[in-house]
Ligand binder design. Structure first.
Ligand SMILES: NC(=O)c1ccc[n+]([C@@H]2O[C@H](COP(=O)([O-])OP(=O)(O)OC[C@H]3O[C@@H](n4cnc5c(N)ncnc54)[C@H](OP(=O)(O)O)[C@@H]3O)[C@@H](O)[C@H]2O)c1
Length: 308
């Protein structure tokens, strides 16, 4: 039973909607809204209280691109969390290729590095009890119909992952949409590594699927933003059967932490070439995902950038 739940990036989009749906479950006693911006978090908390009629939300300030911020939040956490939803992420801001002081790109820092620190710190402090869910994406196994290539890493070695995480694999050819898929691939493999090395906690990756009504496209360059946010996502993708509403995307996370049928170490997302519909084990589509060496390599590579 997940009485206390933490959601990163809970002030907007899928994270906020997940908080709303979980608050409507009687068994939920506390939801930590882990957000980087206090003002936005306060507005979201008030709105969630009004929409659900429950006062169970507590703000935790976490910027997942900054390991110190994550460590500080874990140190000051009042109660352990039964379920952690690592939802914060997206296209990495206006300069996704820019390096952070930890030596990874902003895209990696936002989608992966901070979440790895969060899980490590929670486990070390014995503050993670039941389940951790990583917001992955169908981009992690490629979506041909959308022009998203299957992540191609050659041998998926630790060095190759490290070069993806610090952006040196791309030089001037940094295409945030493609690199995003590679980072979600690395994160998904890291989760499977965690599942094999921590049997007491369930680790699963779930994609919310093509989900309309979020802010995820806001940071794309002007032309791509117009294409995806105002034409692709709301008009073309529904016509192609490639997107669903916000509540459907969030429900995948709610089910992910609640439903016993989801097995630790697996990645659940849409069927081949789909972004909606039933959740299926992605290993059936992309067998790299079950390669234990790749899982360990992805974990080792991201830990190269974590100090202390
Ligand atoms: N929407 C889709 O179709 C889709 C598909 C597949 C996967 N996903 C994944 O689902 C997750 C949620 O996406 P979304 O569409 O709901 O995006 P969104 O509307 O842009 O929401 C992202 C949330 O993450 C927060 N965030 C971003 N960087 C952060 C940081 N450094 N520290 C803390 N919080 C941070 C944002 O906070 P601010 O308001 O402060 O920016 C916001 O609350 C992401 O991981 C995304 O990659 C989305």
């Amino acid at each position: 039973m997940n009485k206390t739940i933490m959601i990163t990036g809970a002030n907007a989009g899928i994270g906020k909607e997940t908080a709303r749906q979980l608050a409507l479950k009687k068994t939920t006693e506390k939801i930590y809204l882990a957000c980087r911006n206090e003002g936005k978090a306060e507005i979201a908390k008030k709105d969630l209280e009004e929409k659900t009629g429950r006062s169970i939300f507590e703000i935790v300030i976490i910027d997942v691109s900054k390991p110190e911020s994550v460590k500080n939040a874990v140190r000051n956490l009042n109660d352990p969390v039964d379920a952690l939803i690592m939802n914060a992420g997206g296209m990495g801001g206006k300069n996704p290729e820019k390096l952070t002081p930890d030596g990874v790109t902003a895209l990696t820092a936002t989608n992966l590095l901070g979440h790895v620190v969060l899980v490590d710190e929670l486990i070390m402090a014995d503050k993670l009890k039941n389940v951790a869910l990583f917001a992955s994406s169908e981009a992690a196994r490629g979506v041909k119909k959308m022009g998203m290539k299957q992540p191609d890493f050659g041998t998926s070695s630790t060095d190759e992952f490290a070069r993806v995480f610090d952006g040196s694999a791309f030089g001037k050819d940094f295409d945030a949409m493609q690199v995003y898929g590679m980072i979600k691939y690395g994160g998904t493999l890291w989760m499977s590594h965690m599942a094999r090395t921590n049997s007491a906690i369930k680790f699963i990756s779930v994609s919310p699927g093509g989900t309309r009504g979020t802010e995820v496209m806001n940071d794309l360059p002007f032309f791509k933003r117009i294409m995806f946010k105002y034409i692709g996502m709301p008009i073309l993708m529904p016509l192609m059967g490639m997107s669903h509403k916000l509540s459907t995307g969030a429900k995948r996370f709610v089910d992910g932490i609640s439903n016993e049928k989801f097995i630790s170490g697996k990645f659940y997302a849409s069927k081949t070439n789909k972004l909606t519909g039933a959740l299926v084990d992605q290993n059936e589509i992309f067998s790299n995902l079950s390669n234990e060496n790749y899982q360990d390599n992805a974990s080792d590579a991201i830990h190269r950038f974590i100090r202390g």
